[in-house]
Write a protein that binds this ligand. Structure first.
Ligand SMILES: NCc1[nH]cc(CCC(=O)O)c1CC(=O)O
Length: 316
């Protein structure tokens, strides 16, 4: 790496939530280890500001990313750090995802302040979640459970849990673990049944497409995790082909196998009654094609119907 690039301070755009800051600091540490100076620039997004509406009502695109993308365009920051799950499936043409950082364990979990909380098949507990995917999968596998909205950052949600607005809170293990709340985990959902949202557990790094090529290359080298990257390419291709957005109960998880890559994905109707889920395996070089193919299989099996009915319900 040439000296002038190393001398440059990388300004890192991030949301201000504790999890976002953890992710940004992890990014900064990796960049510093590679010889860069770094600076965090905290930027608030619509998803942080509007807390009285569920995400699918705010609008599906870029709720947690838009303001960060503006700051990339305006040159206030060199990179923006996002939870990969929050990044829309197609990003604007003047921006690009330059790296995906090493993925954490992907499962959804339940956290509770009651260490004896048990999720029985007939459980009629109230579970806090605002995710359409989690709500629909809970309906499918735990029909007696009810759910309650729990928007806000992790700390806000834990306060609602403490106030007993629900019996347990359903979250991504990655965020719970990274915040140091894993001692509250009372249930881990198997990832084959509660398949995570595309990108869950990984951190995506975005930059302007016209950033100096040498700098881009150095950023990729310092931050990208190759195995995570190939899995995320498959999952994001699935998401793009489904044209889902974050408010659609679709899911996709790719993992590397001895021979190549395996991707499981699908969609579940909001009432939990129809679940479409398939798995494809193939060589890693076809990761994106496999994601697309899987989405087309799901759409043809009736996924298009599920999408249409969700969209028409929302537009009413
Ligand atoms: N939309 C919120 C969001 N975006 C990323 C995570 C968790 C951390 C991750 O998946 O990397 C969460 C919270 C949650 O789902 O519990």
């Amino acid at each position: 790496m040439s000296e002038d690039i190393k001398d440059k301070t990388i300004r890192i755009g991030t949301r201000g939530s504790k999890l976002a800051l953890w992710q940004a600091e992890e990014t900064a540490a990796k960049l510093q280890a590679a010889g860069f100076k770094t600076e965090l620039v905290i930027i608030s997004t619509k998803g942080d500001q509007v807390l009285d509406k569920s995400l699918d009502k705010i609008g599906s695109k870029g709720v947690f990313t838009e303001e960060l993308e503006v700051s990339l365009r305006e040159g206030q920051v060199e990179i923006a750090v996002h939870s990969a799950k929050d990044v829309q499936s197609s990003i604007p043409a003047d921006l690009e995802l330059v790296a995906f950082m090493e993925r954490e364990q992907v499962n959804d979990v339940l956290v509770s302040f009651d260490p004896d909380f048990k999720l029985e098949p007939e459980s009629n507990a109230i579970i806090g979640t605002s995710s359409t995917r989690r709500k629909a999968l809970l309906k499918k596998y735990y029909p007696n459970i009810s759910t309650a909205e729990s928007r806000g950052n992790l700390q806000t949600r834990l306060r609602k849990l403490e106030e007993k607005q629900f019996d347990a809170l359903m979250l991504a293990y990655a965020g719970v673990y990274r915040m140091g709340y894993d001692n509250l985990i009372v249930h881990t959902f198997p990832e084959g049944q509660f398949v995570p949202a595309a990108g869950q557990g990984s951190v995506a790094i975005e930059c302007a497409r016209n950033l100096e090529p040498e700098l881009k290359k150095a950023l990729k080298q310092a931050l990208n995790h190759t195995n995570t990257h190939v899995c995320l390419l498959a999952e994001r291709a699935f998401l793009r082909t489904m044209e889902g957005g974050c408010s659609i109960p679709s899911f996709a998880l790719a993992t590397l196998t001895e021979e190549g890559i395996s991707i499981t994905g699908g969609i579940v109707s909001l009432d939990g009654k129809t679940l479409l889920q398939e798995t494809l395996e193939g060589p890693t070089v076809t990761a994106e094609e496999m994601g697309e193919e899987l989405a087309n299989i799901i759409l043809n099996q009736g996924g298009d119907e599920i999408l249409r009915s969700i969209k028409s319900e929302r537009d009413e």
